[in-house]
Design a protein around this ligand. Structure first.
Ligand code: GDP
Ligand code: IMO
Ligand code: MG
Length: 421
């Protein structure tokens, strides 16, 4: 029938996992379209936390099919660990997970290349998650990659060795010590387990499902400001995180897309290096980090924190064609007397509401508007119309600047802590 897309509008970790899990029963299929185990999507169900890196966030809802699309890069070891953890929780992963034959594999040597490249960059490192993402996408576009469907070929081992040899050659340019033997053994064992899963031509599967009246939710990873083309380059990830990436990463046509649901935190965070105009490198930033528990779901690194940035969000709304906005982590601001919004940037004395091309080189002074906070726990509210005026005023400001309606407000990590319009 149609595809809706849910994706992050900031620098990742907006709470995509929680919202996909909530929305999953309204769809037949949840499909990841890009990224890999650099993602960490957190679900909190009946007080129990689950972090998903590769498997779509619909897996905890019964009867929903989950597809890892062709645009995703897969570390077999991480995937098998996820499968094992979920299976132990009683989830039918084998029955409800399909893996695209065209998705690319992250090899142990891709991870070494990622680490060696980061080490060589020194102070200008990207702050990558060291999961091998960039070298794997480089091999994909360089037409050297190893794909999931290749494990069905008789010469898979030779294919693997050829790619590995190329990596070992590349690694000679770095002064970087490594040993992949143990990792390689685990990798091969994981491949054997993956053989037992449904490996499919997912573009056919998804398009047939659409023809048969099924509804698909495409789940983004990372966020718009980490997009390889439109993010804060070079401090970005290596895939297209924006809505058009869903068409490429799943093989569905743009005419099949219905809603684009964009998610943003009530404030802003970033993990890793790179520009962050509204960053609060002060006590207020630390307060947000502590109350918000802002430490990475994948790497455990402290996240950088700051006020919500409507310039970046407006850019993200434009790039994605956002039709509805979800604001998460509103509860983190429950005790704030006032809340700041960045509504424009001052770049070299000039005010602008556009993202400068050289965002990583210029000094940006954010221009703020301040509104009163709500100063109360919002979780008892179940209805948008009953929300205090301070909250509707706050949401109204976001809607006015972005030109799209807010459809959900998340007030806690738990599945049920959500106010839906
Ligand atoms: P994702 O990568 O976009 O799925 O987000 P992460 O899981 O990396 O990070 C979001 C974090 O915030 C996780 O720890 C979630 O459990 C948590 N979370 C999501 N929504 C809310 C919310 O509304 N309030 C609070 N306090 N935590 C939330
Ligand atoms: P989810 O899906 C936040 C960041 C890294 C680094 C940059 C490049 O959980 O929102 P990479 O390993 O992709 O080469 O790292 O991108 N990054 C993320 N930040 N959330 C993520 O995913 C991220 N995935 C990558 O910190 O700055
Ligand atoms: Mg995350």
């Amino acid at each position: 029938m149609y595809v809706d897309i849910l994706l992050g509008l900031q620098w990742g970790d907006e709470g995509k996992g929680k919202i996909v899990d909530y929305l999953a029963p309204k769809y037949d299929i949840i499909a990841r379209f890009q990224g890999g185990p650099n993602a960490g999507h957190t679900l909190v169900i009946d007080g129990e936390k689950t972090v998903l890196h590769t498997i779509p966030s619909g897996i905890m809802q019964k009867g929903v099919v989950n597809v890892i699309g062709n645009g995703v890069v897969i570390d077999p070891v991480t995937l098998v660990k996820e499968i094992t953890t979920l299976t132990a929780k009683g989830i039918d992963v084998k029955g409800n997970l399909l893996i695209s034959k065209k998705a690319h594999f992250i090899l142990p040597t891709h991870k070494v290349l990622d680490a060696a490249s980061e080490a060589a960059k020194g102070k200008s490192k990207i702050g990558s998650t060291l999961r091998g993402i960039s070298p794997t996408y480089m091999d994909k576009t360089g037409r050297n990659g190893l794909r999931v469907g290749d494990i069905l070929n008789a010469d898979f081992q030779e294919q693997y060795t050829k790619v590995k040899e190329k990596h070992l050659h590349l690694l000679k340019q770095y002064d970087f010590e490594f040993n992949v033997e143990a990792a390689e053994k685990e990798w091969m064992e994981s491949i054997e387990i993956i053989r037992g899963f449904k490996l499919v031509d997912s573009e056919y599967y998804l398009n047939e499902a659409l023809s048969n009246g099924k509804k698909i939710l495409a789940e983004g990873a990372q966020g718009t400001m980490l997009d390889i083309d439109f993010g804060t380059y070079p401090y970005v990830t290596s895939s297209n995180t924006i809505s058009s990436g869903a068409c490429i990463g799943l093989g569905v046509a743009p005419t099949k897309i219905r809603e684009v649901i964009g998610i943003a935190k009530a404030y802003c965070t970033r993990v890793g290096s790179g520009p962050f105009p509204t960053e609060l490198d002060n006590a207020m930033g630390e307060r947000i980090r502590q109350i918000g528990g802002e430490f990475g779901a994948t790497t455990g690194r402290p996240r950088r924190t700051g006020w919500i940035d409507l310039v970046a969000l407006k850019y993200a709304t434009m790039l994605n064609g956002v039709t509805q906005i979800v604001i998460t982590k509103a509860d983190i601001l429950n005790e704030f007397e006032t809340i700041d919004f960045c509504t424009s940037y001052n770049v070299n004395g000039e005010q602008t509401t556009s993202i400068p091309f050289d965002i990583d080189r210029v000094t940006i002074e954010p221009v703020y508007e301040t509104v009163p906070g709500w100063n109360q726990d919002l979780s008892p509210y179940k209805d948008f119309s009953a929300l205090p005026a301070t909250v509707t005023n706050y949401l109204g400001l976001i809607e006015k600047h972005l030109g799209a309606p807010v459809s959900m407000l998340s007030t806690g990590p738990q599945r049920e802590k959500l106010i839906v319009k």
